[in-house]
Design a protein around this ligand. Structure first.
Ligand code: ZN
Length: 184
């Protein structure tokens, strides 16, 4: 491995997720479920979003998948469950279970770096990473980068955007409104 200073800063929570997936005995199942996307932001897979937590296949061939909703009461969780089941059926599995796991609670630190990039491309400002705002003495609502033009001269319009986990911002430079994926 090269020097650690050349590695881009990524959250340790994400690194742990990636490590866990790498050690899985069934990498083909993880790859298969990469096809299941977030119903709210279809550009993102459930893996990118950090909702897909774990999966296992036991000796009898039964597949168990664990998902954690982005926040409790997230209305999309039923759709996510159905989409995962549909993908398993398509691959020929008949014995499976999709379990919802609420603890530990989902955090925006579970988003993959790829997921953050895809959010921006989709026109949604990705959440800040833990500690960044605090270190700079910023409130969570300041310094949010416009996903359209990259300007950080942006203003909060509403605590609630298109969904409860997003806030509505407006860019003062390009004047475009955009959703910010709130950091939790
Ligand atoms: Zn802008």
């Amino acid at each position: 491995m090269s020097s650690i200073s050349t590695i881009p800063i990524i959250s340790s929570a994400w690194a742990e997720r990636q490590q866990h997936r790498k050690q899985s005995a069934v990498p083909e199942l993880w790859e298969m479920l990469d096809a299941v996307n977030d119903p709210e932001v279809p550009a993102l897979s459930l893996w990118d979003l950090g909702v897909l937590c774990d999966l296992q296949k036991d000796e009898s061939g039964k597949v168990t998948v664990w998902i954690t909703p982005t926040y409790s009461g997230c209305p999309a969780i039923g759709t996510m469950q159905d989409d995962i089941e549909a993908e398993l059926v398509k691959a020929g599995f008949s014995d499976y279970e999709v379990k919802t796991q609420l603890a530990p609670a989902w955090t925006t630190d579970w988003l993959s770096p790829e997921g953050r990039r895809k959010l921006r491309e989709y026109g949604i400002a990705p959440p800040k990473q833990s500690g960044c705002g605090n270190a700079l003495g910023l409130t969570p609502e300041s310094g949010i980068e416009c996903p359209h033009c990259g300007s950080d001269d942006t203003a909060l319009l509403s605590e609630f955007g298109s969904t409860a986990c997003k806030a509505l911002f407006k860019c003062q430079d390009c004047h475009e409104p955009f959703d910010y994926f709130k950091q939790i």
